[in-house]
Design a protein around this ligand. Structure first.
Ligand code: GLA
Length: 401
């Protein structure tokens, strides 16, 4: 959390701070990354295992207390002007055109009893917005770390993740799980995180992909979690849990606290008794995806990369056909990889309904991969994709200036 690194993005956020607030005396800079999820999609809020990793793309925040008790002033390198809100009327910040993720986190820090005072801050992000790479979680986690630290009560990584999630659920109205904020707070260079979302405990797994690299393929169709079907899926899986428990009870078996507490055998026995087709499909995705995560981690640790990649493809088809959280663009960009030899695995990553796929591609074939996928994807949808070879970085930290 307190590892010091230097990075050219820091100059950018500091010079913007100077331009906006006059000078940068006493300013501190913090950052938190976006994430890619390798496997385990839409199961963090069902108590399952997920397997994300932090990116080297992230949000940078330059911050300084401004000596007032109540006034927060914020600017961003991509938005004109200053937005302000007062700590005593923090809910008014919901009406701002941007800044609600930050205000939501500050509210959570106040609720935790942290003596937050007025501050000035500038935000700068290198994460493409709306690409499903957790730009919002990185704003929440960087804000949480920066504000709690400068006001003398730094939160731990897990506390930051939970505060960010609460902010997004309560202040921003997106009923997200814990995965994104946890990966942003707790990421470790060259490692993925096996996170048990029921207990919020984790272990790091080295991400050794041999002569392959991870390539993100961006459909450039923005997803909007709040407006999209994310909250609808959450409602469907809570009905799914009620159904599974109803069936378990009718057989004299114990009820379970979440869907991922059911295993493959129970799924096989109970699924035919779920009355509603849509609910049955959602439950089938959740339970099978949780099993795939455990299998995928074992395969990766055993160096079985081809099998690992194949499981990623299975996971994609589950979220596509059972969970129905992809859409025309994600389907087209996934399909475009199927006949490319140097790609051993691909799947959508993140909330879905737009955003990116993550692909395991032979390092020597990356340029051909981009060309191959772009041609087919643009042919199918008319959209121009973007590609990023991604490196796995560390979680939130204070950077050296
Ligand atoms: C979004 C949410 C996460 C998670 C994923 C889907 O990224 O913020 O909590 O549910 O979607 O796996």
């Amino acid at each position: 959390m307190n590892k010091k690194v230097s990075n050219p993005q820091i100059d950018c956020v500091i010079s913007y701070f100077e331009k906006t607030f006059g000078d940068s005396k006493g300013v501190r800079v913090f950052s938190a990354p976006g994430r890619v999820n390798l496997i385990g999609e839409h199961i963090d809020y069902c108590g399952g295992f997920v397997f994300p990793a932090a990116l080297t793309l992230g949000t940078y925040i330059a911050i300084r207390p401004n000596g007032t008790k109540d006034t927060v002033r914020m600017a961003a390198t991509t938005v004109d002007g200053i937005r302000s809100f007062s700590l005593s009327n923090i809910d008014d910040a919901k009406a701002l055109d941007w800044g609600s993720y930050q205000a939501g986190v500050v509210k959570e820090l106040l609720l935790l009893g942290i003596p937050v005072g007025g501050f000035d801050a500038v935000f700068h992000s290198t994460i493409p917005f709306g690409a499903g790479l957790s730009s919002s979680a990185s704003i929440e986690v960087s804000t949480g770390l920066a504000v709690s630290t400068v006001f003398g009560a730094p939160l731990t990584g897990k506390e930051l993740a939970l505060a960010g999630q609460r902010a997004e659920n309560k202040f921003c109205g997106v009923n997200c799980g814990i995965m994104d904020q946890f990966a942003s707070a707790m990421g470790l260079e060259k490692h993925a995180i096996l996170l048990d979302c029921a207990s919020v405990t984790h272990k790091y797994v080295p991400l050794d992909l041999g002569d392959n690299v991870l390539v993100l393929a961006n459909t450039c169709k923005k997803h909007s979690l709040g407006a999209s079907k994310y909250n609808e899926r959450r409602k469907e899986v809570s009905v799914g849990l009620e159904e599974m428990n109803r069936i378990a009870k009718s057989r004299g078996r114990a009820e379970k606290p979440n869907l991922c507490a059911f295993g493959k055998d129970e799924l096989r026995q109970y699924a035919p008794e779920i009355k509603d087709d849509v609910i049955r499909k959602r439950v089938m995705h959740v339970v099978s995806e949780n099993e795939r995560v455990k299998e995928a981690v074992e395969l990766l640790q055993g160096g079985k990369l081809l099998e690992f990649g194949a499981l990623l493809r299975d996971a994609n088809q589950s979220i596509r056909y059972l969970y129905e959280a992809t859409g025309e663009e994600l389907d087209a960009i996934f399909d475009a990889t199927l006949d490319f030899d140097g790609c051993i695995g691909s799947r959508m990553t993140g909330g879905g309904f737009g955003g990116c796929t993550v692909n395991i591609v032979k390092a020597s074939a990356v340029e051909n991969f981009k060309k191959h996928v772009a041609e087919r994807y643009t042919g199918a949808t008319g959209n121009i994709p973007e590609f990023y070879v991604c490196e796995i970085g560390n979680g939130a930290l204070e950077t050296q200036i």
